[in-house]
Design a protein around this ligand. Structure first.
Ligand SMILES: Cc1cc2nc3c(=O)[nH]c(=O)nc-3n(C[C@H](O)[C@H](O)[C@H](O)COP(=O)(O)OP(=O)(O)OC[C@H]3O[C@@H](n4cnc5c(N)ncnc54)[C@H](O)[C@@H]3O)c2cc1C
Length: 660
């Protein structure tokens, strides 16, 4: 039995995992990062449009600050987010952008003077202040009051990840690539690391660690049409679920991005609409202002996706032999802008559609994009039910996105959560809590159990085909657990997924190689993907309301009276065919921004009985401190700075708010 010992094990070499590892290493701990692919190939590299942080440098960002970012994020989440975590996030995000700039990320910068921009379909002139010249600039994104999204043209994730990966290399952090964590080593109350499979040789080994972090990204591949890469199969969340004690939070909260190219599903960044692109129907009519006159194309993603599907259902989509789509028009931005600021979009259009977006409309339709749900953690990023297990990034439910994440808040979360969770993991490793007496019998048991599962697949007796079952799962999810959901469609999904789970117990492989063997990989991941899909579908079936990206035709109202809570899914017994669902209440009396109208469509939610009480309490608290500055007033409502690691507590400097 090969055993590798380390202080901390980070499963995932994307932005979140690498940043957590850097924090641990800086604090003097040995850390190993695992990745399915070379770290620079992690999915973070695909992020195009940008990263939100309230720097307030550009003309249209003037007046931005943490309070505005906080309000946008909570409204965006449809009040599903943990407001303490949102506060921690918005406070740290400017520090994260600046740290990356310091490390060499070539953020686009403000140029003083007049410049041309397209806003609401019209050309306008913006004047940037001379004192802002050279500072990090921002573009507009959906659901935000200010232009807050810092960017590197439309290759933001690529720049960030390459930089982060180079930082990890410079600090001599080992990244063990093409290594897959297959199972967490645990005794039901304490995590001791993971059993890991070498994807090239097939060898299993045990990585024993004081602290383990899951940073494995999203699980978009449980859907047929997704903007996610093929490695986004959610294996980190799945192995956490398989412990039986770790809960996955809000798995039914799945984001659909409005503009994936049709029919391939490759993303065209929200930055295209942020920079002035428009959505048109089959008659080339700009339809979003008809539905959302104020925010138009830049309403929150869940809202735009629903409006697009609704519009197509009225017969206004473009009919093709592959199905229906709408158009994204970025022609009005002009060649220079597209070739400079939207160069990936330009390439995607040329290579995958064979069109020139400077001259042609881009066919688009919403596609699965982001997983708000994931491994439930507390504000430190630790699992409340399995000591020594942490999670960050898209794999986690920390939970700052609630039921809908704002564009640009995800790469920001990866870095911010990596910073914060890395510090808390280091504290954990420094504390007596991390002391462990792990029995080699426990490690051996875990490795033997995993070996037995692989051998069973390799013995060739199973008759089901994993790739075929996976395709059926993806169809079921796309057809029944999509943008619009209903009791009937969700029940059909749960029934269908359960049948697939039963069939998955009889999966076999034709290629019996123990080493590099994609068929074997698909076979052992299938059951885990099905469990995740069941958490999504069963959670959605149980949640009889509409909130953020979770929209039920049969329960179209947000229901704060009965559903102001977070879903917790566990899988305590391998023989089960559905997860156990529990709920964690969101405490309205501790909210800085109590639930209200989100700003889209009619205000028709069912209020929480304590909504008015909390609003009145806030009003009287603030009235007592009339004239105090915004920091003092804010901290009366929701103190959060004590929750942050000490190095991140300081204030952020921005135009009009110098540090004294
Ligand atoms: C096309 C696209 C564009 C996007 N654009 C933006 C944007 O502009 N702004 C924004 O804020 N967000 C954007 N997002 C979302 C954002 O990019 C992701 O949410 C974020 O980058 C996820 O980072 P991560 O570190 O959590 O995970 P990832 O970057 O996905 O990394 C996951 C890591 O885990 C490893 N891994 C997985 N399973 C295992 C396992 N079992 N064992 C070992 N290793 C494992 C992988 O190899 C990888 O290294 C976009 C997403 C997509 C799909």
């Amino acid at each position: 039995m090969k055993v590798v010992y380390t202080d901390a094990l980070v499963i995932g070499g994307g932005l979140a995992g690498l940043r957590a590892a850097i924090g641990l290493k800086r604090r003097g701990h040995d850390v190993i990062v695992l990745s399915l692919v070379p770290a620079k190939r992690s999915h973070s590299a695909a992020a195009q449009g940008g990263m939100q942080a309230s720097l307030g440098n550009s003309a249209k960002g003037a007046g931005d600050n943490e309070d505005v970012h906080f309000e946008d994020t909570v409204r965006g989440s449809d009040w599903g987010a943990d407001q303490h975590v949102v506060r921690m996030f918005v406070h740290t995000a400017p520090k994260a952008v600046r740290e990356l700039a310091h490390w060499g990320v070539p953020w686009n910068r403000v140029r003083s003077g007049d410049r041309r921009a397209i806003i609401n379909g019209e050309e306008v002139t913006l004047t940037e202040a001379p004192e802002a010249h050279g500072r990090i600039t921002a573009r507009d994104f959906g659901g935000t009051k200010k232009w807050r999204t810092s960017y590197v043209s439309d290759g933001t994730g690529h720049s960030m990840l390459y930089n982060m990966s180079d930082q990890a290399v410079a600090r001599e952090i080992p990244v063990h690539e093409r290594m897959e964590a297959m199972r967490l080593i645990h005794d039901g109350s304490r995590c001791y690391g993971a059993i890991v499979r070498n994807l090239t040789t097939g060898e299993l080994s045990a990585y024993v660690a004081q602290a383990t972090c899951i940073a494995t990204g999203g699980f978009g591949r449980i859907y047929r049409t997704t903007t996610n890469a093929v490695i986004n199969e959610g294996m980190g969340a799945a192995i956490a679920l398989e412990t039986g004690v770790v809960a996955l939070g809000n798995m039914e909260a799945v984001q659909f991005h409005p503009t994936a190219i049709f029919p391939a599903g490759i993303l065209v960044t929200e930055g295209s609409r942020g920079d002035g692109g428009l959505l048109l129907d089959a008659d080339q009519h700009r339809f979003m202002p008809d539905y959302e006159p104020e925010k138009r194309e830049l309403a929150s993603r869940d809202v735009v996706s629903r409006r697009m599907e609704e519009h197509m259902a009225k017969g206004r989509g473009v009919e093709t032999r592959f199905g229906r789509h709408l158009w994204l028009d970025i022609r009005l931005l002009g060649r220079e802008h597209i070739e400079k600021n939207l160069r990936e979009v330009n390439e995607i259009c040329r290579y995958f559609l064979g069109i020139d977006p400077v001259k042609s409309l881009i066919p688009v339709r919403p596609a699965q994009h982001y997983s708000m749900g994931g491994v439930r953690t507390d504000y430190r990023g630790e699992s409340p039910t399995l000591a020594g297990l942490f999670a960050c990034g898209e794999a986690a439910c920390w939970d700052m996105h609630g039921f809908n994440r704002l564009g640009g808040n995800s790469v920001a979360e990866t870095v911010v959560a990596g910073m914060i969770v890395g510090e808390y993991m280091a504290d954990y490793c420094d504390s007596a809590d991390s002391e462990m007496q792990v029995s080699t019998a426990l490690v051996r048991e875990a490795i033997t159990a995993e070996r037995a599962k692989l051998d069973q697949l390799l013995d060739g007796s199973g008759s089901e085909n994993a790739v075929e079952l996976q395709r059926e799962m993806q169809e079921l999810m796309t057809e029944n657990v999509g943008i619009f959901r209903s009791g009937d469609s969700l029940q059909a999904a749960v029934d269908g997924l359960q049948a697939l789970l039963r069939r998955s117990r009889n999966v076999g492989v034709q290629c019996t190689a123990n080493g590099a063997n994609p068929e074997l990989v698909a076979a052992y991941r299938l059951k885990r993907m099905l469990k995740l899909a069941l958490c999504v579908a069963a959670g959605a079936l149980a949640r009889t309301e509409s909130r953020g990206a979770h929209f039920r035709d049969d329960y179209p109202q947000r229901n704060d009276r009965d559903w102001l809570n977070r879903t917790l899914a566990t899988w305590p017994d391998e023989q089960r065919e559905v997860p156990v669902l529990n709920y964690e209440e969101l405490d309205i009396m501790r909210m800085e921004l109590p639930p209200g109208w989100r700003g889209y469509g009619a205000s028709n939610h069912i209020p929480h009985p304590d909504s008015e009480k909390r609003a009145a309490e806030i009003e009287s608290t603030l009235a007592e401190r009339e004239g105090a500055d915004r920091f003092a007033r804010q901290s009366l409502l929701l103190p959060f700075e004590h929750l942050l690691p000490e190095p991140f507590r300081g204030r952020n400097e921005r135009p009009g708010e110098p540090l004294t």
